[in-house]
Design a protein around this ligand. Structure first.
Ligand code: PMP
Ligand code: GLU
Length: 399
């Protein structure tokens, strides 16, 4: 007998970022040297003082269930952090701590959406958004943006996409996968449309602390009065503090939404790991030099990757204002033959690059942008150097 999977899960695309990372790991396990630019995960160890806080939490008995929506100390640390850095006045009962920001997003969509509701998602988008929306029976409405406009949604395009079923606009800034970031003015212009049409905004700000050069981040909730009431902020410790494995993310939202998410989570997963929550308190309240140090390293890598991409013939890439991704336009290199294999789309290109040169990237199609490939530069300079040498050789090999 073959057990039938539910229709809703049959329609689910597995995460392409994690799938490419798994392929890279399998090659490594088979003894190959792999240049892994697939997954967006800092290569740094979690800072020592954070690990020590986790050890102390374990040793002092914080090994039991906590309140399902998270410990008061962490909620307080999060609101204090947003108050200090963004001047936002959230209360702890507006915060829900979950098992990573991906889980937070799942909770948000589950409590907000009814079947048939529309969620506007600008493309290129992070691989999980549309799939998490579809799990609720709601409809992702994908809006293409232009590379020439740094992949930013314009107020005109947003207004034109709104229908009576539109409920949520999803914004990710700085962006995974493009690295572009909206200026406060650009966010303000989008906010005017949001306010006029009574939309809710889910603002994924998980890369807010990773910005480069003169680019300054603004939290969406701050750019116009009246946005706090209609915004759900999503954030977490994974990227800022190199804590991907600890699985702590959170939302800040109107209190009734937070209560609904806490209730959902109480039936779904209960609390996120108690030990990880105490570690996250130490991350937010402890010394912040580690963030500056990691950012300094990311900035060097970003400059290096920009230079290397500029040297690749026929490849373009928008400026990376934040996050740790480069989104390369490889369109000119499709329709060619690599090592005997005809490559017609971004999936085939990324797979050929992995198989022939052991460099792992992620196909643009999984981010809703065919003709592109994403490079995560959350990895050391020597690996980037060797990997880009191989990408250059791969392009050169094409006929
Ligand atoms: N949002 C974006 C844009 C991301 O890139 C990620 C990366 N995993 C997440 C949310 C989820 O992060 P996590 O679940 O590790 O907190
Ligand atoms: N967000 C990271 C990425 O895009 C981590 C993997 C994932 O959760 O998708 O690579």
């Amino acid at each position: 007998m073959s057990i039938e999977i539910s229709k809703i899960v049959q329609a689910l695309e597995p995460s392409a970022t994690l799938a490419m990372a798994a392929k890279a790991k399998a090659l490594k396990a088979a003894g190959k040297t792999v240049y892994d630019f697939s997954v967006g995960e800092p290569d740094f160890d979690t800072p020592e003082h954070i690990c020590q806080a986790a050890v102390r939490a374990m040793q002092s008995g914080h090994t039991h269930y906590t309140v399902a929506s998270g410990i008061p100390e962490l909620k307080q640390a999060i609101v204090a952090d947003y108050a200090r850095r963004h001047g936002l006045d959230y209360k702890p009962n507006q915060v829900v701590i979950s098992n990573g920001a991906k889980h937070s997003l799942h909770n948000v969509f589950t409590v907000l959406l009814n079947p048939g509701d529309e969620v506007i998602i600008p493309a290129p988008y992070w691989v999980s958004y549309a799939e998490l929306v579809k799990l609720t029976g709601a409809k992702p409405v994908i809006l293409q943006t232009a590379e020439a406009a740094d992949f930013k949604l314009t107020p005109t395009a947003l207004a034109a996409a709104i229908t009576p079923r539109s409920k949520v606009l999803l914004l990710c800034s700085p962006s995974n996968p493009t690295g572009s970031m909206y200026s406060p003015q650009e966010l303000g212009a989008l906010a005017d449309v949001v306010l006029k049409h009574n939309l809710i905004v889910v603002a994924d700000e998980i890369y807010e602390r990773l910005t480069y050069g003169n680019h300054r981040f603004a939290s969406f909730a701050t750019v116009r009065p009246g946005l706090v009431e209609r915004t759900i902020l999503v954030n977490g410790v994974s990227k800022t503090y190199a804590m991907t494995g600890w699985r702590i993310g959170w939302t800040m939202s109107p209190a009734n939404v937070a209560t609904a998410m806490g209730d959902l989570q109480s039936q779904e997963t209960s609390n996120p790991s108690s030990v990880s929550q105490y570690a996250a308190v130490a991350a937010l309240e402890g010394p912040q030099q580690c963030v500056a140090d990691m950012l300094g390293e990311f900035a060097k890598r970003r400059d290096y990757v920009k230079k290397r991409i500029a040297e690749l013939p026929g490849v373009t890439c928008p400026d990376m204002a934040g996050a740790f991704y480069a989104f390369m336009n490889i369109g000119k290199h499709l329709g060619r033959t690599y090592g005997g294999a005809k490559v017609t789309n971004s999936t085939e290109w990324c797979l050929a690059l992995l198989e022939q040169h052991n460099v792992a990237t992620v196909m643009g199609s999984s981010f809703g942008a065919e003709g592109y490939a994403r490079v995560s530069f959350a990895t050391g300079l020597p690996v980037l150097e060797a990997g880009f040498n191989r990408i250059a050789a791969f392009l050169k090999s094409a006929t």
